[in-house]
Design a protein around this ligand. Structure first.
Ligand SMILES: Cc1cc2nc3c(=O)[nH]c(=O)nc-3n(C[C@H](O)[C@H](O)[C@H](O)COP(=O)(O)OP(=O)(O)OC[C@H]3O[C@@H](n4cnc5c(N)ncnc54)[C@H](O)[C@@H]3O)c2cc1C
Length: 320
């Protein structure tokens, strides 16, 4: 361990834990420290080894049976890790659970915590972060305390490739499980579930330029022709409820990084654009040439989406 302490990364979702390894590596290198993955829950040993093959130097495993990975238990274990091992930095993926975990951990330790970070660097042994606030300001912060705790926006970093031969120690953490303060009565899949816009290489997103729910078929046709899925701006998911919340792109929705993002009748307000600005190629179809989405776009189609979208679909269908 370096004088600055290790970098510890954790997410309950393995794909985000791998992304944290990419975020954490430059920090660990800059500190001359090791990077340690923290894993809790079922399949822990295999997942811990997975973190090591993807770049962690070591892993810590909260030894629990499958049913006891409640947030309080993970919190107690992470607190124990922080108090006993004195890490320099703790990175947690900014999922709903991760956000709560990080905030409560920081409160227990009395240290600083920055949420939803999009960039991180280590300068003079201190963690510097960038995050978007109020939808439109880029805020830079230094976390003065140790450990510095930060949650990292999912899909900001690309998971490192695996090196199957990579080896490292996996240590078990024995943390007492606190008496539960919440009782889970049941968990079931939301009926509207199923749309994973964050997983698709192509997202055809639609906004308030659409006049009726029935017209969604036109957008779905284009998404199908492009081999993609349908995303939406907030008015269509939250106000009109024409699409499920999982389809919402943006600040209060999902961050997507598809290879192709087609924005149909979306003005491109900052709250929307923060969720798609990492997209590869952006095509904007909008009747207003001055819509902010146009300045985000690689291809600008100034036209009525009711003409362009079906024409595009016909052209694509004609190719197949
Ligand atoms: C705290 C907060 C969080 C928010 N989070 C999100 C979020 O996560 N995601 C999100 O999307 N929004 C979010 N919003 C809302 C955001 O500010 C915008 O209001 C919203 O994105 C606008 O949606 P829109 O572009 O579909 O609608 P509008 O702004 O009304 O734009 C409609 C666009 O369609 C174009 N148009 C109209 N008719 C046609 C046509 N026939 N053909 C082509 N173009 C046409 C218009 O020129 C216009 O540009 C948030 C707001 C707040 C305050």
């Amino acid at each position: 361990m370096s004088d600055h302490g290790d970098v510890v990364v954790h997410s309950e979702q393995d794909e985000f834990a791998l992304e944290l390894l990419a975020a954490g590596r430059p920090l660990a290198d800059s500190l001359g420290a090791a990077m340690t993955g923290f894993v809790a829950g079922s399949g822990g040993l295999e997942r811990a080894r997975g973190l090591i093959t993807h770049g962690a130097d070591a892993a810590l495993l909260l030894a629990v049976d499958e049913s006891s990975t409640d947030l309080d238990h993970t919190l107690a274990a992470l607190e124990q890790v922080a108090r006993e091992r004195h890490p320099g930095v703790i990175l947690i993926a900014a999922t709903g659970r991760g956000t709560e975990l990080a905030a409560r951990l920081a409160q227990r330790l009395g240290v600083g915590c920055a949420g939803d970070c999009t960039a991180l660097s280590m300068i003079g042994g201190k963690l510097h972060i960038e995050r978007t606030i109020l939808g439109r300001f880029l805020c830079r912060q230094i976390i003065e305390s140790r450990p510095a705790i930060a949650t990292v926006q999912p899909r900001r970093f690309t998971a490192p490739d695996a090196s199957p031969d990579r080896q490292g120690p996996v240590a078990r953490i024995e943390a007492a499980r606190p008496a539960p303060r919440l009782r889970v009565l049941g968990v079931r899949l939301r009926e509207a579930g199923g749309v994973r816009i964050d997983k698709s290489e192509v997202v055809v997103a639609v906004g308030r330029g659409l006049r009726s729910r029935e017209d969604l078929a036109m957008i779905e046709d284009l998404a199908r022709a492009l081999g993609g899925v349908v995303g939406a701006s907030r008015p269509l998911t939250d106000d009109l409820r024409w699409l499920p919340p999982e389809a919402k792109v943006g600040l209060s929705g999902v961050t997507v990084r598809p290879r192709l993002y087609v924005a149909c009748g979306i003005s491109g307000q900052i709250e929307h654009n923060v969720g798609m600005r990492e997209a590869g190629i952006v095509v904007a179809i909008n009747s207003d040439p001055n819509a902010p989405m146009m300045s985000q776009a690689d291809y600008r189609v100034v036209a009525d989406l009711y003409e362009v979208v079906p024409a595009l679909t016909r052209a694509l269908d004609g190719l197949s």
